[in-house]
Design a protein around this ligand. Structure first.
Ligand code: NI
Length: 198
């Protein structure tokens, strides 16, 4: 979401700003799924070769050639720069995966602890972190069963309870990728740079 957006949101009017509060609030991480367990051998429809990975590759290709100066470009003073958008996508993936669901390794956990906004990492680091966070999500999507998707994460933040299904979180993070990926694409195009080629 744009930086200018109101920060007064109900617990269930979720957007990217939600993460910050999740990490500050009480979170029930009682995930009961054991690693490597796949009860029915069924892959989540969004796991490998089903679309998100294609989009990830488009993002990688668009960011790969960018210089530090190009990462600083923005289309309006009150909106995120191209590099900040990439950073925001990365942090949001890690925040939901690790901060809320307790998944992912130390690399993902470290990203989940990033400040909400911050300095833009150099291009090689953005690429590495895009790959690290995507790989972690991919591994989970390949492991989670249809039953796992119905698991409800419960917690409390700012004195208000929330209940979010794993399925909702998965879609939310994908829509967040697409939402800000579109913004990143528009920002690249506005500056005459090559945008993700869908
Ligand atoms: Ni956002």
């Amino acid at each position: 979401m744009a930086l200018t957006q109101s920060r007064k949101l109900s617990p269930f009017a979720q957007n990217c700003d939600t993460l910050k509060r999740h990490s500050a609030g009480k979170i029930n991480r009682s995930c009961k799924i054991s690693r490597g367990e796949r009860k029915h051998g069924a892959q989540h429809p969004l796991s490998k070769d089903k679309g998100w990975d294609t989009y990830q590759n488009h993002l990688i290709k668009a960011i790969e050639p960018l210089t530090a100066e190009q990462l600083e470009l923005k289309i309006s003073p009150n909106l995120r720069s191209i590099g900040s958008l990439a950073r925001h996508i990365i942090r949001t993936r890690a925040g939901w995966l690790n901060g809320l669901m307790g998944e992912g390794g130390p690399d993902v956990a470290a990203i989940a602890r990033w400040e909400y906004e911050g300095d833009i990492p150099p291009t090689p680091e953005l690429l590495r972190d895009l790959k690290v966070t995507f790989q972690a999500w991919q591994e989970c999507l390949e492991r989670w069963t249809p039953e796992d998707l119905e698991y409800i994460f419960r917690g409390e933040r700012w004195g208000e309870p929330y209940e979010l299904s794993r399925q909702w979180i998965i879609w939310h993070v994908i829509e967040h990728d697409l939402h800000h990926g579109g913004e990143l694409s528009f920002s690249l195009g506005a500056h005459g740079l090559a945008a993700p080629d869908l």
